[in-house]
Design a protein around this ligand. Structure first.
Ligand code: PLP
Length: 434
């Protein structure tokens, strides 16, 4: 019997294309093209001085050794206090586990609760790592297909139609990546009613709240954990990447419903990373407590809101593009369906041989055309969950870049949306299939 080098399970692991598109961008730039990068999922601001100062001091003081795998207790106490105050729930630092970013709790959750064959409900389009771990753990994916006309919110009815006796985890992400959709207090109350009435007590809600501070139009963040009877079912996750522009620091945390579950997350930390660097945790504690931070967060939010207003209007002015108004996060998610039809991309996709047809979707084909021929990097619909996404043609544009670049990026998108000859040449060039 011949053995394969790579274990079969690796074929079931998805990815986050935001990290992969870099290679295409580099190729374009090496060929002398200017590329406007609207693909980035991180604030275009640096971490604040107050945060940086503490990290440097801590390193100088020798706080650079292994530490508590659950996270430093003083930091966990600050997190527990903050979550208790902002969500109006009972918390306990012993139920808080610090992780290297807001991403690890996704895999921890799948490994902790889900057996092969269990069902996981998650938003699509949604953060791609959800679907990636659902398939990797052998769970049955139950995507909630978010609708543009509902501002990418979903309702209790939609959850109700998807839950069954096999449901084990329900993932919620508000404000959302990639749509900027925000679930209202009423949505969350209604969704909670369904969960409480239809799901046994051992079904867990994964509430991804990493964009909790980036909200527009004066709205306030509301967590499903705040709904009566939900904190005891919810894994509440947030982190420092987005709120404090600390993406490269790798800092996040989860509040678990029970000590037993927190112990398992800690155990996973021990097995995978040992601990989150202590000097980073001390800097993260400063972020949560320093009076210098709130005005910085406010300014950042205002910049994102101003850019959103400009970009959404410009996109809606393009023939064949519609764009819902995001209520939070720093993304816009325009529908480019009519553009894909007009350029002939939908037809060209239909005619592809099976292998390429499965690998590519029309929005990915337009996304590559936009990058290689018009110099704008964006993300395609299927980068945010591809199961059941046929016929949905969207792009994600990040507003985490300066206003002039954003405007120029949308102008280039408009040019691409009418460039039928350019598309034909690009399609025939074969770049899509390299
Ligand atoms: N959850 C969502 C919805 C995100 O958009 C991201 C990052 O883009 C993460 C989690 C992961 O965050 P981190 O970089 O802190 O691991």
């Amino acid at each position: 019997m011949t053995r394969k080098l790579i274990a079969d399970r690796m074929a079931t692991l998805g990815t986050e294309n935001a990290f992969k598109i870099g290679m295409d961008i580099r190729r374009c730039e090496e060929a002398g093209k200017s590329v406007i990068k609207l693909n980035l999922g991180e604030p275009d601001f640096n971490s604040a001085d107050a945060i940086n100062r503490v990290a440097k001091q801590e390193i100088d003081n020798g706080n650079s050794h292994y530490c508590d795998p659950a996270g430093l207790l003083p930091f966990r106490k600050v997190i527990a206090r903050q979550l208790g105050r902002t969500r109006g729930i009972e918390t306990d630092p012993e139920r808080v586990v610090v992780t290297t970013g807001g991403k690890p709790p996704i895999s921890f959750t799948m490994m902790t609760y889900v057996n092969p064959g269990d069902e996981v409900v998650y938003p699509s389009p949604g953060y791609p790592i959800y679907e990636s771990w659902v398939t990797f753990t052998g769970a049955v994916p139950r995507p909630i297909h978010l609708k543009e006309e509902k501002g990418f919110r979903f309702t209790a009815d939609e959850i109700e139609a998807l839950v069954s006796e096999k449901t084990k985890v329900i993932i919620i992400n508000s404000p959302s990546n990639p749509t900027g959709g925000v679930l209202t207090k009423q949505d969350l109350n209604d969704i909670s009613d369904v969960i409480k009435s239809k799901c046994p007590q051992d079904v867990r809600v994964y509430s991804d709240e990493v964009y909790e501070e980036i909200l527009f139009d004066g709205s306030k963040h509301y967590s499903i954990a705040s709904v009566d009877g939900m904190a005891e079912r919810t894994i509440l996750v947030s982190g420092h990447s987005k709120t404090y522009a600390m993406t490269g620091w790798r800092l996040g945390y989860a509040l678990l419903p029970t000590l037993e579950e927190a112990e398992i997350f800690k155990h996973l930390n021990i097995n995978i990373i040992s601990c989150t660097p202590p000097f980073i945790q001390m800097a993260g504690m400063e972020a949560l407590t320093s009076p210098e931070l709130p005005p910085i967060i406010k300014n950042m939010g205002e910049a994102f809101e101003e850019r959103r207003n400009v970009v959404v209007k410009m996109l809606n002015d393009i023939d064949g593009v519609t764009c819902a108004m995001p209520r939070g996060a720093f993304y816009v998610f325009p529908n480019i369906g009519p553009v894909c039809e007009r350029l002939g991309i939908v037809d060209d996709h239909e005619k592809l041989e099976e292998k390429h047809k499965n690998e590519l979707c029309p929005s990915a084909m337009f996304q590559m055309f936009l990058l290689y021929e018009h110099g704008v990097a964006t993300m395609d619909r299927n980068s945010f969950g591809s199961i059941g996404a046929e016929g949905q043609h969207f792009l994600r544009l990040s507003t985490a870049t300066d206003m002039d670049s954003l405007k120029e990026g949308v102008r280039r998108l408009e040019a691409a949306s009418g460039d039928t000859d350019g598309w034909k040449k690009f399609f025939e060039s074969g770049i899509l299939f390299q």
